[in-house]
Each structure stands twice: as structure tokens, then as C-alpha cells.
Design a protein around this ligand. Structure first.
Ligand code: NG6
Ligand code: CA
Length: 507
């Protein structure tokens, strides 16, 4: 009879505790004896710590994601590496702290590829172990080498940094070009209607939200007033490519369909799928099936839509017979924001919902809600359900998953905390440097230290506290989850210790 991996892992946990002098067997040895699991990273965009019912939300229900949270490990101290997208995704894929790369900032849609093609990446590491690899969804790490010609094969891009297959949007849903790109080629491109993209100036005769406000179906609040696509004003100017333009309301279904098809076609060998969903980033464009369903306006509706997509995706894993051999990691690239540049009722219809789940700040913030996000690992029949307060970060997936599949890396920032991810241990990393808009803070144990920074304490446009202060800030998250009591003056010893750790890690 086949003995389940969980039984093995449990036995090993006991072995480690009781037989200290014996040679330690690690979870890696165990997994290598078994078939390599498929690995799926489901990554949401701007989903906050409090946006899921399994993470305490009372005003909306996310039953499908809750199944993962309640049937897997629900981390309460799980972090993105940054409070914005590009740097978090950079860290997720490279295992390198984003603040070490000065270009790892929110990128325009025509930015060159941020990743050096020689750098180690998560998909490359998994490829070494024989995995098939794919990204479906939001990329936002740049493409090409500058001056991209969207009408030819665009490279380097995801295929050149480790993904065998890539079906992506270049940047964000609110940035041009608003087209899907499959393995470097714009999908449905009509060569007679070439695409042009410019982030500085418009193309002659092309309507913008400024020249033709009457064409808008969604109004811009700040930023988004350049080219309009499907009535939604975007960041950046685009001309041509009419047949290739995506349908915003169908985007979720479109990526879901690609993800399901990928599983169906690749289930015979281990695969790594990075399913990077666009919700609930702006513009929030739920399919009409979900319109009005949350009572919270489009932001709530697209969270329900994302939850439904995940349920459908899980059904596919089950139907294809791979659910019990698939490790799923669920998280978000940064914390929540309500008004991120459009009038879409996110603020007006919020009601009692608390996207940040009582944490301070939000997207763009050095306070905790900027980076502390829902973080779940799920592996049916293998991971025993629990809530874990281990300190874990997306940056650690590179080293931890490499160790799971038996691949060596040269990681420095990424740590092997596989046992925390598999629930064998409650110990994650000791320290973590967090980043927001190129400024950094230290989390160590239950403490957070934010050094003095220049800048404004409130990002007025999005109404989010930045975490910036001219003074040191020190918080004990265990006693003060909402970061209301700055203990820097009260506890100079702890502050000194935190500064020392911070400085040694930032060297
Ligand atoms: C900001 C945009 C915001 C969003 C963000 C990127 C403006 C005024 N704001 O610059 O709407 O697109 O970039 O979000 O343009 S992220 O989640 O991809 O980092
Ligand atoms: Ca984001």
C-alpha cells in the first residue's frame, strides 16, 4: 500500500524532535522519493490581507480561496517583498531583494526586460528538475531591450528567463498596450493595422480621455487619462492593433481558460504554472455575471470573480486527476488600495469591509498592509491544514521550491523555509527587509522598524499612509497589530538592535 507523503513528513518531524543525534532526514529526501508535485503559484494583484472571508472578511464570501486556506496552511505573517507590483514580482521570480536593483520600480508598459537573462529564476530552477514551466496572466517585468516593436516577436521576455510558455499582458490592465502576448507575439495582430505605443506623447488623431471625455465608460480620477480602450482611459498612448485589443470584461475568463488548457495539456509531466491574475487591480471590470454581486461595487465584484476562477481552476485539477499531486501557493503582489485612479465606487460602496484587515496602511505603504498579504499553501492529502504564524515571504519560494525538487541554487536573499511552507515547522525566516517606493523597513520577530525617510506621511491621491516619518518608528506587531504605538523612544535598546540588524542586512 502506498504510504502517503504526509505520513512520512509527520514521521520526520517527530524524528527531528526525538532523535537529535541521528542524521537528520529532511523533507527534501522524502519528496524526492515521491513523484515531483506540480507547482502552481496563484498570484493576485492588489488583494489585501482582509479581502478574503478566510482572513476575517465579513462583508464578502470567497468560498473557493477559503477552501485552500482552510484545507492548507493559512499564513498570518506572509509577505510580498514590496508594496507594489514590479518589485514584488521581481523578488518572487529571482529570489533577490528588489531594493538591490534600482530599476525594480513600477514599470511603464514599454519598459525593457528588468531581469537579466543570465540571472537564476524560479522557472529556470524548476526546469532543471525537469519541470515544464508557464506564466499565464500579468507580467509587468518589462519586455525587449528598449524601443519594442510590437509587430514582431518581442524578446527577451518571460521565455528568455525560464518560462517554456508565456501568455501574458505586458504590464497592467490600466497600461497600454492592451493586448495579449503569446510567446512574444501579439495575439490576433493584423499586420495591416500595426501597433504603436508611446508613453510620452500621443499619436495624431487618437482620442484621449482629455480630448474626448464623452467616450469614457469609466471616469479617471488621477493618472489614467491617455488612450481609451473599450471606453476605459489608460496610462500611455497606443495606436493601431484594433483586432488584437483585449476585452476587459472577458479577461478573467480568458486567462482561466488558458490556465485550464495548460493543465490539460501538460498533466503527464510535472509542471510549474504561474497564474498571475489581474484582480482586483484597476480598472476593475467584472464580467457581467459578477456585476453587482458583492454590493461593494466593481472592487468587491472582481474579488468574487477571482474566487470563482480559482474554484473553476481547482475543479480542472481535480477532473484531470492531478489535484493530489499539485502544490498550490496563493498570494498577492501587494496590499489593497481603493481609489487607484478611477471613479469606480471602491470608496463609496465599501461599507464595513476592511481590505487591510486592520493592518495599517495599504498599497504603496511601508506600514504592514503594504506587504503583509494573504498567503496560503495547499497540497491535498499532503499538507495538514493549519494556521501558521511563521514569518514567510514570497522571495523565499525560489530557494524553498528548489530544495523541494532537489535543485541547488546560489540564492542569497531567498531562504529555504520549505518546512514552514509544508507546515512541518512553524519557523520561517528570522528577519525580512520590506520595501515600498524604494524605501525599506525591517521586520524581525514580532518587531518592525522603519527608519527615518524624507517624504509625505499620506499619499493623498489614494488616501493611504505611506509609513514615512522623519523619525524612527518601532512597532511590536504582536501587541500592536495596527502599528499605532511607536516604541522607538520607549525602547531604545530594541531600536538599536533593529537598526544594527537592518544595517547589516542592507550592506
Ligand atoms: C501607478 C498607477 C496605479 C497603478 C500602479 C501600479 C497612476 C496615478 N497610478 O502609477 O493606478 O497602475 O501604478 O500598480 O498612474 S501595480 O500594482 O502594478 O504596482
Ligand atoms: Ca499590484
Amino acid at each position: 500500500m502506498k504510504i502517503k507523503l504526509f505520513t512520512f513528513l509527520f514521521a520526520i518531524a517527530l524524528t527531528n524532535i526525538s532523535c537529535k543525534n541521528n542524521i537528520k532526514i529532511s523533507s527534501i529526501d522524502v519528496v524526492s522519493k515521491n513523484k515531483k508535485p506540480n507547482i502552481v503559484v496563484i498570484y493576485l494583484d492588489d488583494l489585501g490581507y482582509g479581502d478574503l472571508s478566510s482572513y476575517g472578511a465579513t462583508e464578502l464570501e470567497t468560498p473557493n480561496i477559503d477552501k485552500l486556506a482552510n484545507g492548507g496552511i493559512k499564513f498570518t505573517n506572509g509577505y510580498a517583498s514590496s508594496a507594489t507590483c514590479t518589485p514584488s514580482r521581481y523578488a518572487l521570480l529571482t529570489g533577490v531583494y528588489p531594493w538591490k536593483n534600482k530599476d525594480a520600480k513600477i514599470l511603464p508598459g514599454d519598459a525593457p526586460l528588468l531581469l537579466d537573462t543570465n540571472i537564476q529564476t524560479l522557472p529556470k530552477a524548476l526546469s532543471k528538475a525537469g519541470y515544464q514551466t508557464a506564466i499565464i496572466g500579468k507580467w509587468h517585468l518589462g519586455l525587449g531591450t528598449g524601443q519594442v516593436n510590437w509587430n514582431e516577436t518581442i524578446k527577451p521576455g518571460p521565455n528568455e528567463v525560464g518560462f517554456d510558455e508565456a501568455y501574458i499582458m505586458a504590464a497592467t490592465q490600466d497600461r497600454v498596450p492592451t493586448v495579449y502576448i503569446e510567446n512574444g507575439n501579439v495575439v490576433n495582430l493584423d499586420k495591416n493595422d500595426p501597433i504603436q505605443v508611446n508613453y510620452k506623447s500621443n499619436f495624431e488623431g487618437e482620442p484621449t480621455a482629455i480630448s474626448n471625455p464623452e467616450m469614457q465608460t469609466m471616469l479617471w480620477h488621477h493618472g489614467h487619462n491617455n488612450s481609451m480602450v473599450n471606453g476605459v482611459p489608460r496610462i500611455g498612448y497606443m495606436a493601431g492593433g484594433t483586432a488584437a485589443k483585449w476585452s476587459d470584461i472577458d479577461m478573467a475568463d480568458h486567462f482561466l481558460d488558458k490556465a485550464k488548457t495548460y493543465v490539460k495539456h501538460h498533466k503527464e509531466k510535472p509542471f510549474f504554472l504561474y497564474y498571475a491574475m489581474q484582480q482586483p487591480h484597476v480598472p476593475r471590470t467584472p464580467h457581467p455575471r459578477f456585476e453587482g454581486k458583492s454590493g461593494m461595487g466593481p472592487r468587491g465584484d472582481v474579488i468574487l470573480e477571482a474566487d470563482w476562477c480559482i474554484g473553476e481552476f481547482m475543479k480542472t485539477l481535480e477532473e484531470e486527476g492531478v489535484l493530489e499531486n499539485t502544490l498550490i501557493i496563493f498570494s498577492s503582489d501587494n496590499g489593497p488600495v481603493l481609489n487607484d485612479g478611477y471613479y469606480d465606487d471602491a470608496v463609496e460602496k465599501l461599507g464595513n469591509h476592511k481590505p487591510s484587515g486592520g493592518l495599517r496602511g495599504g498599497k504603496y505603504s511601508l506600514f504592514d498592509a503594504g506587504t503583509r498579504v494573504p498567503f496560503i499553501t495547499y497540497w491535498k492529502g499532503q499538507i495538514q491544514p493549519k494556521t501558521s504564524d511563521a514569518l514567510v515571504c514570497q522571495i523565499d519560494l525560489l530557494e524553498s521550491l528548489s530544495s523541494l525538487v532537489g535543485v541547488n541554487t546560489t540564492a542569497t536573499d531567498s531562504q529555504n523555509i520549505l518546512n514552514a511552507f509544508l507546515g512541518i515547522s512553524n519557523e520561517g525566516r528570522e528577519h525580512l527587509i520590506l520595501e515600498a517606493n524604494s524605501k525599506t523597513a525591517l521586520r524581525s520577530g514580532d518587531w518592525i522598524m522603519i527608519p527615518p525617510n524624507k517624504g509625505v506621511p499620506l499619499n493623498i491621491k489614494v488616501n493611504i499612509e505611506t509609513g514615512i516619518s522623519s523619525e524612527y518608528q518601532l512597532f511590536n506587531l504582536k501587541k500592536d497589530r495596527g502599528q499605532q504605538h511607536n516604541l522607538a523612544k520607549e525602547n531604545p535598546e530594541k531600536l538599536k538592535e533593529m537598526i544594527q540588524i537592518f544595517e547589516s542586512l542592507k550592506k
